[in-house]
Design a protein around this ligand. Structure first.
Ligand code: BG6
Length: 483
């Protein structure tokens, strides 16, 4: 089916860094319909040719030696530019005429909002008012980038605005973590195998740790980050997605509604933190030097590190804490899910470990050392009954020749094909906000827990390690081995 992808915010960073390179790569792999058109919409005045030229340079820069002139040229002839202002309703009407001029009946359109979030509501209402969401001539889908709101009320308002123009099944809310192969592999690990399911519950699991650590600082994004902070930036979206995939029940089918029903169910089962628990069950930190970053307020209280302990009130997970942790300026970049199993009920071997930290552990490495390790005790040869932790290790790069695609490739292709399984539904995004909002509100009130300053290049504030120690646990702090 003929497709037109209209990118609003076409002159921005996301378009040149992620969207166009992903579309180029899909085109090169012959996964786009041959007559797919890409139309950029932004205020800057460009001719079609000038925009193509700009994108050719940026795409070549991002894809490096994967860039192929012939492949690019065959895509570039179908890249068009439409100068328009999101604030002006009439620009949407002329856009519609522009698009219709070359469209066959039945052609599908994908509208991609790649602009600053404060323009989402205006863009959506103008799309609606100009009749661009009506599906009589073919499917009309809309992709909306994160952040989706800044709290529950703003997310609800945005959902209402969207639903005034688009039905929920036309809406694709992006969380790029869901486009990562290793994140999708959590579903395969759990539901494509039999051996994990019997132990994937409170009877065998002591706790689950979900960490997204970044060695990067906020860099040039302080303007956004200083008002967002780590809870909104990482926890509400990416970490909640990992939590829901790790903790959900088996969907009845692998299709969008069934998968998302289960994700929403588990998010709804997360016990909201009460004000009195926020001091004891969360740690907030800020890396030393953050306030000196360009664009950051001198007295900024924004957290660049969070550790949060959550409980899931259902039969599978009752009593099993889920620790979520994310931070900037940490020791290294690693995103991982650690399932820490319980100790054997009785340690038979005199020299065997008696600390829960030496019990079995399943380490799901989301990035950058994509893979899975299962840690278990083994007899040390020729040393009586001494035991040592060893591992079974799987690495994607050892088993599969194909490099990991960019998350945006899969997500764009799914949105083009109308598969919303890897996109966030309205109720899902709202459930995630209802978990984060009470924490953010308490943190904004600024008393408890205090903002801990941590040294860059470590694993966050020392209080975060102490907090785990007090609970008889410790974070799995290891930088992934990349070779
Ligand atoms: C973004 C956040 O959504 O995800 C960034 O806004 C963060 O702050 C990024 O750095 C992390 O994504 P990835 O794919 O590099 O893990």
């Amino acid at each position: 089916m003929t497709q037109t992808i209209v990118i609003f915010g076409a002159s921005g960073d996301l378009t040149s860094r992620k969207l166009i390179p992903a579309l180029y790569s899909l085109h090169k792999k012959k996964r786009l319909a041959p007559d797919t058109r890409i139309v950029g919409f932004a205020r800057t005045q460009f001719s079609h040719e000038a925009w193509r030229q700009r994108l050719a340079e940026s795409t070549a820069g991002f894809v490096g030696d994967q860039f192929d002139d012939a492949a690019w040229n065959s895509l570039a002839s179908r890249i068009l530019y439409f100068p328009g202002n999101v604030d002006r309703a009439e620009d949407f009407r002329t856009l519609d005429e522009f698009l219709k001029a070359d469209e066959e009946s039945g052609a599908a359109r994908l509208y991609y909002l790649a602009m600053a979030p404060q323009f989402y509501e205006t863009a959506v209402s103008h799309l609606g008012a100009a009749g661009l969401a009506v599906e009589t001539l073919g499917p009309r889908r809309i992709v909306i980038e994160k952040p989706f709101g800044t709290d529950l009320p703003s997310a609800q308002r945005l959902n209402r605005q969207i639903h005034d123009a688009f039905a929920e099944n036309q809406v694709y809310r992006i969380d790029h973590y869901l486009g990562k192969e290793t994140v999708q592999n959590v579903l395969v690990l759990r539901f494509g195998n039999t051996i994990f399911e019997p132990v994937w519950n409170r009877n065998y699991v002591d706790h689950v740790e979900i960490t997204a650590a970044e060695s990067l600082t906020v860099g040039h994004r302080a303007g956004y980050y200083d008002t967002a902070g780590v809870l909104r930036d990482m926890l509400q979206g990416h970490l909640m997605q990992l939590l829901s995939l790790a903790a959900m029940e088996t969907p009845v089918r692998f299709e969008a509604e069934a998968v998302r029903d289960e994700k929403v169910k588990v998010l709804r089962a997360v016990r909201p933190l009460r004000p009195e628990n926020i001091a004891t069950d969360t740690i907030r930190g800020q890396y030393r030097g953050y306030r000196a970053e360009p664009g950051v307020r001198e007295d900024s209280q924004a957290a660049t590190f969070a550790a949060v302990k959550l409980h899931i009130d259902n039969w599978r997970w009752q009593g099993v804490p889920f620790y979520l942790r994310s931070g900037k300026a940490m020791s290294c970049g690693t995103t991982q899910i650690v399932v820490q199993f319980r100790q054997p009920p009785y340690m038979l071997f005199e020299d065997g470990p008696r600390d829960g930290r030496d019990a079995n552990r399943l380490l799901i490495q989301i990035q950058p050392a994509e893979g899975i390790q299962l840690l278990f005790q083994t007899k040390v040869p020729d040393a009586g009954m001494q035991l040592r932790m060893t591992d079974l290790s799987f690495r994607f790069r050892d088993k599969f020749a194909a490099p990991m695609p960019e998350a945006y490739e899969r997500l764009l292709l799914d949105a083009i094909n109308g598969d919303a399984s890897l996109f966030t539904r309205a109720d899902e995004v709202e459930s995630a906000w209802s978990i984060v909002d009470p924490i953010q509100a308490a943190w904004d009130n600024g008393v408890n827990p205090p903002l801990r300053i941590y040294e860059p290049g470590l694993w966050g504030p020392v209080e975060s390690m102490e907090w785990m120690e007090q609970q008889g646990r410790s974070w799995f702090d290891a930088c992934p081995v990349l070779h």
